[in-house]
Every structure is written in structure tokens, then in C-alpha cells.
Design a protein around this ligand. Structure first.
Ligand code: PEP
Ligand code: MN
Length: 264
């Protein structure tokens, strides 16, 4: 079902606020790694909205390597996201880690994110597949493109056609960057599938200094959009500060993307 042999026309995922992913527009989802407080979220949401983003990202259930690291605000954070996004007319994308909160996610969320670490959590894939809420399926840290598309197949086979793929860097021997951005994965997905595909340069690079250029490269390679981490005080962020853009940098990047889009 994910294959181009099954369906030739590109899939366009339409959100409740009218934003389309996989259509003509290059869509930039942006926001903090983690929702930390109402004030933090509102400052960042307003900033990314003013720069042109219409989809607010933010984690409320966080898949942290250490059990002692900030785990997210949970359902309270989810309600905060909905509230702040509604004030601005934005959609929200946030990660679901287990099936126990599925009903609340269907109620509050516009795009359910399946994180890299859960790409092959097949019960979770089947559960989101039984809803019709759009799903952002991140590529696993060590998964092939074929395995990634098979995970998309699980969601589609359960009845949900609204799948967006997200390349977020893979594990290689290279340690200079957090992960290695597999930019050619976009071309492979285009060849093999009708599903939209976006890039997460933040988790790929792990360094804010690289985000702008990787984002421009993502547009140049033909991705349908980006998901980018933004924080107004990255040095104080409870997670992923080192890879978060400040609002001003994000705004400059959006202007450069706009300019690039006119020559492509
Ligand atoms: C995230 O987007 O906050 C995240 C944890 O990403 P990934 O699953 O790609 O590591
Ligand atoms: Mn993060």
C-alpha cells in the first residue's frame, strides 16, 4: 500500500487547520523539543508562527536515554499545546510512546508522531493505524529505508492512509554529528512510495549551527517539509538545547527557504 505500484499519485495529507503536507507547499513544523511550561511554549509558538510556521511541534512524552532526565509534562502538556496552538490557529504534532494515551491523542492532536525508537513498535503502529489522525513516522536510528516503508505499511494496512515519513538521521560510525542525515533517503522514498517525506535536521545534526544549511539542502533535494527544534533560551532548555535554533535564526532560515523556493 505504501508502494508506488499500488498508487501513483502523491498522497497529500490535509490537517484540520487546512495545512497540506505533500502538496505544493514546503511545510515547516517548528517548536521546542519538550513542552516545559505555558509561558515557554507560548513565546516559542508565537515566534515560529510569526516566521510562517503553521504546525507547532513539542514533546510531552519524551523518550529519554536516561530515566532520570526530564520525561515531559504528559497529558497536562498536551492540553497546553492544544490551548496555545488554538490561540494562533496552529496544528500540533507530538510523540505518542504507548497505546495507553491513544484516545487523548486522537482528541487533542493533529499529527501523532511515532518516534525513531518506536518505528518498529508494531502494536503501536497498528493502534495509530486504526485511527484516522495523520501520523508522522520517524525513521528508526538503525533502520533501512525498506524497513521504514514496511512500518508505514503497518499503519496503512490498519486503515489509516494519512502517513508522513520523516528522515531524522541514522547511526553510523561518525560521531561528529549526533546522527548522519541520510539526505538521499528522500530520493529513495520518492522512487518507491507515494507518501510525503520530510526531514528533521535537528536530531540529525545535533548542532544548531548546521540546521539552516541542512534545511536548505532538504528543500533542494525535494523534501515536502521540515520539523525543526526552536527554543528562545536554548542554554536553559530541558532537552536538546544544543540543536535548537533561537527564534531570530529560525526567522532568517525561513526567509532563505522562501528565497530558495522561488528558484527551484
Ligand atoms: C523528537 O522529535 O523530539 C524526538 C525524540 O525525535 P527522534 O524520535 O527522531 O529521536
Ligand atoms: Mn528533541
Amino acid at each position: 500500500l505504501a508502494s508506488k505500484h499500488f498508487k501513483k499519485e502523491p498522497t497529500i495529507v490535509t490537517l484540520k487547520n487546512g495545512v497540506q503536507i505533500g502538496g505544493d507547499e514546503f511545510v515547516v513544523m517548528a517548536g521546542p523539543c519538550s513542552v516545559e511550561s505555558e509561558e515557554q511554549l507560548r513565546i516559542i509558538a508565537k515566534a515560529v508562527y510569526d516566521s510562517g510556521s503553521r504546525i507547532l511541534r513539542g514533546g510531552v512524552f519524551k523518550p529519554r536515554t536516561s530515566p532520570y532526565a526530564f520525561q515531559g509534562l504528559g497529558i497536562e502538556g498536551l492540553k497546553l499545546m492544544r490551548k496555545v496552538a488554538d490561540e494562533l490557529g496552529m496544528a500540533i504534532v507530538t510523540e505518542l510512546m504507548g497505546t495507553e494515551h491513544l484516545d487523548e491523542f486522537v482528541k487533542y492532536v493533529d499529527i501523532i508522531q511515532i518516534g525513531a525508537r518506536n518505528m518498529q513498535n508494531f502494536d503501536l503502529l497498528k493502534a495509530v493505524g486504526r485511527t484516522n489522525t495523520p501520523v508522522l513516522l520517524k525513521r528508526g536510528l538503525s533502520n533501512t529505508i525498506e524497513e521504514w516503508l514496511m512500518s508505514a505499511e503497518y499503519i496503512l494496512a490498519s486503515g489509516n492512509e494519512n502517513v508522513i515519513l520523516c528522515e531524522r538521521g541514522i547511526r553510523t560510525f561518525e560521531k561528529y554529528t549526533r546522527n548522519t542525515l541520510d539526505i538521499s533517503a528522500v530520493l529513495a522514498v520518492r522512487e518507491l512510495s507515494h507518501l510525503p517525506v520530510i526531514i528533521d535536521p535537528s536530531h540529525a545534526a545535533g548542532k544548531w549551527e548546521m540546521i539552516e544549511q541542512l534545511s536548505l539542502a532538504s528543500m533542494a533535494v525535494g523534501a515536502d517539509g521540515l520539523i525543526v527544534e526552536v527554543h528562545h533560551e536554548p542554554e536553559k532548555a530541558l532537552s536538546d538545547g544544543a540543536q535548537s535554533l533561537k527564534p531570530k535564526k529560525f526567522d532568517e532560515m525561513m526567509a532563505k527557504l522562501e528565497k530558495l523556493s522561488t528558484v527551484l
